[in-house]
Design a protein around this ligand. Structure first.
Ligand code: NAD
Length: 421
């Protein structure tokens, strides 16, 4: 399919179509039966729900939510919940499929799912947000469960939202910490989960930099998005002494070629909830950040921000996909032709779901791991996965993205065959 306009605000390719095209391309390197390929690609179950939400002023607002279960050949469905005005079926399908591939790439015993509510959470008060979150769980209750489908945070959802969701589910089923990951530590969350996606992106970046001989000590990094993933990636890099020259959030970007003061930026955002007004550098737009001169670019906000409109103008030597699907299929081809090394989302941001898996294991065992244990296990899984992908990329002479898809498809086909249809 050619580039189409989706129902979201992105004037780019369909999000699900991009994943499927990559799948089909990678499947040519795997001797997969077409029937099995179809079975793995298609979404197992799609649920759309109405979420009637009582507002503080007594009015009723009806929101639309989704929970999609893409594939559970390797384990229970697993995936985040996004609150955003652009959430639509196409995007949730893509994110659910990416989860199936991601959990296969890092070899954890999960499948893939995803959910979301089409809402700008900034328009809701905290009490309205809580009522909406609880009502959403009420509506999807029949299809989720700690051994069936496990939820997690994503864009605009956090530990507090997970706490409400766990509480709502537990009211019906008894204490069930394993129904969500990314919970507050006090409610069974794991040490190291909050930082895991950003930290994981840096672990993978370090490994890639080693292999591709990029000296991080003399490198400049630009990060788009300063939420969970972007801010923890920045924090981890800063601790390693790596220079970050640009950061951004929805309010725009801040750039300083001498390096930004990251701890100060984090303190600022904690206090003001945004980078708006942060004076640690010059202001530029998010678009300018993506195209700026830097060694490594970490898109860590929304999907499809690098597309045919700006791919030619990207100057970074390496891109670490902190966000899910930040690059469209066409842009990916352009970047490949330019020789940009792209470390794909299904390994670059897999630190989150890997630590979620650790959290879930601890919940099931009713046992608690120390931070160092979580960090050590996370590092081991991500480094091993990256090396595996790199070896496949070399063997087949393909991009890291195709190599990651090849690894995932091989594992998914094996699991599907072993189970039997
Ligand atoms: P978040 O809500 O914590 O942060 C999102 C950030 O992006 C915020 O700083 C926000 O201001 C910024 N942003 C929003 N719209 C923007 C725009 N138009 N331009 C620039 N910046 C914008 O979300 P997050 O959890 O950090 O997720 C970011 C990305 O990482 C998403 O693609 C998500 O799917 C992916 N991801 C998250 C996790 C996780 O564990 N949280 C795991 C894997 C992948």
């Amino acid at each position: 399919m050619s580039e189409i306009t989706t129902t979201s605000a992105h004037p780019t390719q369909s999000a699900f179509d991009i994943v499927m095209k990559n799948f089909d391309h990678a499947a040519r390197y795997v001797d997969i039966d077409p029937g099995y390929a179809e079975l793995i690609k298609s979404v197992d179950r799609e649920v759309r729900v109405e979420i009637p939400t009582r507002l503080d002023n007594g009015d009723l607002r009806v929101l639309i939510g989704y929970r999609l279960q893409h594939n559970n050949a390797r384990g229970a469905y697993k995936g985040g919940i996004r609150y955003h005005q652009d959430v639509d079926l196409d995007e949730v399908r893509a994110l659910a499929a990416l989860m199936t591939l991601k959990t296969a790439v890092v070899g954890i015993p999960y499948g893939g799912g995803k959910g979301g509510v089409t809402v700008d959470p900034g328009t809701l008060s905290p009490t309205e947000l809580e009522r909406m979150s609880r009502m959403f769980i009420d509506k999807i209750d029949p299809i989720i469960g700690p051994q069936e489908d496990i939820l997690a945070p994503d864009v605009n959802t956090n530990a507090q939202v997970m706490a409400w969701m766990m509480d709502e589910y537990s009211r019906r089923h008894g204490h069930s910490p394993g129904i969500v990951t990314g919970k507050p530590i006090e409610l069974g969350g794991s040490q190291g989960r909050e930082e895991a996606t950003g930290r994981g992106a840096v672990i993978v970046l370090r490994e890639a930099a080693n292999i591709y001989e990029l000296d991080l000590n003399n490198a400049s990094i630009a990060i788009q998005g300063f939420g969970n993933v972007g801010s923890y990636a920045a924090w981890t890099l800063d601790k390693l002494g790596v220079k970050i020259i640009a950061i951004s959030d929805i309010s725009g970007a801040v750039v300083n070629s001498d390096g930004l003061n990251i701890p100060e930026a984090i303190r600022y955002v904690k206090k003001h909830r945004s980078l708006k007004g942060f004076d640690g550098g010059d202001r530029i737009s998010n678009e300018e950040l993506l195209e700026m001169d830097c060694d490594v670019l970490i898109p860590a906000a929304l999907g499809r921000v690098i597309n045919i409109n700006n791919a030619e103008d990207i100057k970074a030597k390496m891109i670490i996909e902190g966000a899910n699907e930040p690059i469209t299929g066409k842009a990916d081809v352009i970047l490949n032709d330019k020789g940009v090394i792209v470390v794909p989302d299904i390994v670059a941001n897999a630190g989150g779901v890997t630590a979620s898996y650790f959290e879930w294991v601890q919940n099931l065992q009713q046992f608690h791991w120390e931070l160092e244990e979580v960090r050590h296990k996370l590092e081991h899984i991500l480094i091993t996965s990256f090396q595996h992908i790199y070896a496949l990329a070399e063997e087949h002479e393909v991009s890291l993205r195709l190599a990651a898809y090849i690894l995932a498809i091989e594992r998914l086909e094996k699991a599907t065959r072993l189970r039997g249809v």
